[in-house]
Design a protein around this ligand. Structure first.
Ligand code: GDP
Ligand code: MG
Length: 177
C-alpha cells in the first residue's frame, strides 16, 4: 500500500445504479474529478473512482463504482453490489420512465445488496426544468415511502452533486462507526 492508503481510516465501497443515460457517469466524474462531459461514451467493464473525504478527524476513502453500460441490458451482477455500503439510485427528471424504473432497481438492490446500505435517491438534470416530467414532490414521496434520502442534482451545473455523495458517505460513517 502507498503512504496515502496507510493514512486512510476507512475504505467504503458505494455503487451507482439507475437506467442508462440518467447521468450516473457524469455525477461520478463531477464528484471525483470535477469534470462534466457532453458526449459520454459508455466504456467496457466496471469502472470506479476514488475520493478521499474528511469526516471529523477521520479520513475516508470512498470507492465509487459505475456500471459502464451494462445497465442497458439489465446485466448488473451480484458482484457489483458485493460489499457496497452505499448507493446512489439515479433517475432523470426529464424522463418519467427512469423514475418508474426506480422500483425495479430497488428490488435488485435489496436482493443483492446488504440490508443496511445507505441509499440516496437522486433526481438528476435539475437544470432542464422546462422538460421536467417528474416533480420534486414525487421524488420526495417515493423516497419517503421507500425509506431513502432524496436530492435533486445537476451534474451539468454542479448543483447538489457534492451534497448527494457527502450525504451518503457521512451516513455510512455514522452507521459503521
Ligand atoms: P449514464 O448512462 O447514467 O452514465 O449517463 P451519462 O453520465 O453518460 O449521461 C447521459 C447524458 O446525459 C450525457 O449526454 C450527459 O451529457 C447528459 N447529462 C448528464 N447529467 C446531466 C445533467 O445534470 N444535466 C444535463 N442537462 N445533462 C446531463
Ligand atoms: Mg455511464
Amino acid at each position: 500500500a502507498d503512504s496515502f492508503d496507510e493514512e486512510c481510516d476507512y475504505l467504503f465501497k458505494a455503487v451507482l445504479i439507475g437506467d442508462s443515460g440518467v447521468g450516473k457517469s457524469n455525477l461520478l466524474s463531477r464528484f471525483a474529478k470535477g469534470e462534466f462531459r457532453l458526449d459520454s461514451k459508455p466504456t467496457i467493464g466496471v469502472e470506479f473512482a476514488y475520493r478521499n473525504i474528511r469526516v471529523g478527524d477521520k479520513l475516508i476513502k470512498a470507492q465509487i463504482w459505475d456500471t459502464a453500460g451494462q445497465e442497458r441490458f439489465r446485466a448488473i451482477t451480484s458482484s457489483y453490489y458485493r460489499g457496497a455500503l452505499g448507493g446512489l439510485l439515479v433517475y432523470d427528471i426529464t424522463r418519467r420512465a427512469t423514475y418508474e424504473n426506480v422500483k425495479k432497481w430497488l428490488r435488485e438492490l435489496r436482493q443483492f445488496g446488504s440490508s443496511d446500505m445507505v441509499v440516496v435517491l437522486v433526481g438528476n438534470k435539475s437544470d432542464l426544468g422546462n422538460s421536467r416530467e417528474v416533480s420534486e414532490e414525487e421524488g420526495k414521496t417515493l423516497a419517503e415511502v421507500e425509506g431513502l434520502c432524496f436530492m435533486e442534482t445537476s451534474a451539468l451545473q454542479n448543483l447538489n452533486v457534492e451534497e448527494a455523495f457527502l450525504h451518503m458517505i457521512t451516513n455510512i460513517h455514522e452507521i459503521t462507526s
